[in-house]
Write a new protein. Structure first.
Length: 335
């Protein structure tokens, strides 16, 4: 039975699922590198970056493989774009692994002709991936899953994820220090401090300055976080009749999606200010509390049984039309 499930999953989109399998192998290689290779790159273990990218790409590729397999329209075009995405992700990860193996940085490094060529190839790969993902995302708006909440969660997750991935392009601009004193590095993750300073364990996000990687990571994984929230909501409210109605689930997901999008934007703004994610202050701190309190009050209002506002019903019609169970996508049995 396990083998049959693996075969069905592999059939979703073979190139993307092959990438996921390769990333699983890369996770093991990177873990071995962490134990066997004591070298550091910019103050972090040499194999930490390949490990993080392996896990992220694994989840990303598998998610898009499933989505493409269940599209009711434009599936042929989406499959072609998915193959390009798979190739682009593979190119990026191969170059990251090679850079780690040689003990040097992969991103922003233009210190020699070879390094500049590697960075140019990576930039081209990630730009291609982003454009193909952007195009494929349009097809997701024809996808209708088994509940309005889950359908909206996927659609909102796709949009927020595009914004999160787009944050990466903010890292490619040279800093003022790099312009004034060229060092062979053009671009940075951190803002207001040098890359490689004190950071959060494992993740490496700066604890002394801004870091665009926080918003990049949080935003791009909205496509997993929001649908997971919708699924957990179904489980948690199964025996709570007041909260089990589809329109109530949808309203909770709309609140969560709005908060998630606002949080991603706020993290981007915080990084641009040069403020560490672990030391929020000023406007960032105040806006963060506003987001939390607004989301909590709205969720509480729905939770105590107040009628969902017209906005929620609008999202319901926009997402679902009438509240009916969708017909199962071709080949979805057992998926």
């Amino acid at each position: 039975m396990m083998l049959a499930a693996v075969r069905r999953a592999y059939a979703w989109h073979r190139p993307l699922m092959t990438v996921s399998a390769l990333m699983a192998v890369c996770v093991l290689v990177s873990l071995a590198g962490l134990f066997l290779d004591s070298r550091e790159i910019l103050g972090a273990p040499a194999w930490a970056k390949p490990l993080k990218f392996s896990l992220s790409i694994l989840i990303y590729a598998a998610t898009w493989a499933w989505l493409i397999a269940h599209l009711p329209r434009r599936q042929a075009a989406a499959r072609g774009l998915g193959t390009v995405i798979a190739i682009s992700l593979t190119v990026e990860q191969v170059l990251i692994v090679l850079a780690a193996a040689s003990g040097t940085t992969s991103h922003f490094n233009v210190s020699s002709g070879l390094h500049a060529g590697v960075w140019a190839a990576m930039a081209a790969a990630i730009t291609t991936m982003y454009l193909c993902t952007f195009a494929t995302s349009f097809a997701v708006f024809f996808l209708r899953l088994r509940t309005p909440a889950l359908t909206f969660a996927v659609r909102a997750g796709v949009v927020i994820a595009l914004g999160g991935i787009g944050v990466a392009f903010l890292m490619t601009a040279p800093t003022s220090a790099q312009i004034n004193t060229p060092t062979g590095i053009v671009g940075a993750h951190a803002v207001g401090v040098e890359d490689g300073g004190p950071g959060i364990p494992v993740l490496g996000w700066s604890t002394t300055g801004g870091d665009y990687r926080v918003a990049h990571f949080v935003g791009m994984h909205a496509l997993q976080a929001l649908p997971l929230f919708a699924l957990l909501l179904e489980i948690v409210t199964r025996r709570l009749p007041r909260l089990a109605a589809p329109i109530v689930h949808l309203w909770f997901v709309v609140i969560a999606a709005a908060g998630y999008a606002g949080g991603t934007a706020l993290l981007t703004y915080q990084a641009a200010l040069g403020q560490s994610v672990v030391h929020p202050s000023g406007a960032v701190l105040h806006l963060g509390w506003v987001l939390l309190l607004a989301g909590g009050l709205l969720a509480g209002a729905v939770g105590v049984g107040l009628s969902p506002p017209p906005t929620a019903r609008f999202f319901g019609r926009l997402t679902w039309g009438r509240f009916r169970r969708p017909s199962a996508p071709a080949g979805s049995a057992g998926d």
